[in-house]
Ligand binder design. Sequence first.
Ligand code: HEC
Length: 157
Amino acid sequence: MKIAVLLGFIGFAVLQLAPAPYQIATAPVVTAQSVTSDPAVPQPVVAIVRRSCMDCHSYETRLPWYGKVAPSSWMLAKDVTEARAAMNLSDWGRKKAPVQAALAAAMCQGVQSGRMPKQRYVLLHPEAKLSPAEVQTFCAWSDAALASLTRSAPPRP
Ligand code: HEC
């Protein structure tokens, strides 16, 4: 029994030295580019994405302790890498209005369907779950973003 525990510890220690298959890229956060700085995004929506999305979908990842030890750190890094590739809210300000509107619509769909935030994240961060009212707030924003886009489109020749 003692041997098993010892071997377990050694295995765990060796794992920490193994090369990580995924690594969380660090990048300087340019606050002005972040979705949190966009005056067109209502504050309640900013609060929701900050709480429920930005750990994965931005450079502002807050790493929990299990994000620093293998092998959970690898799974976490994979999630964050893929999430940023799909949508990085730290780059929001670099996107054109139509892209932002499309992202807003995709975000609304994600929260409406319950696919986002990821179930495995909600298990560890119960506070990240959106209430039905918050889903509505979110989708009202994405609808408005799409609507303002069609309003501001140049008149057809
Ligand atoms: C645990 C990490 C994690 C969290 C938290 C998270 N996402 Fe994601 N998200 C991902 C990953 C990984 C992908 C990449 C593709 C996939 O697995 O669907 C993704 C993809 C997406 C996409 C791209 C297209 C799609 O629908 O698959 C959107 C939009 C999205 N997430 C919105 C959100 C929103 C909105 C929130 C917060 C309410 C959120 N996500 C929270 C990990 C996360």
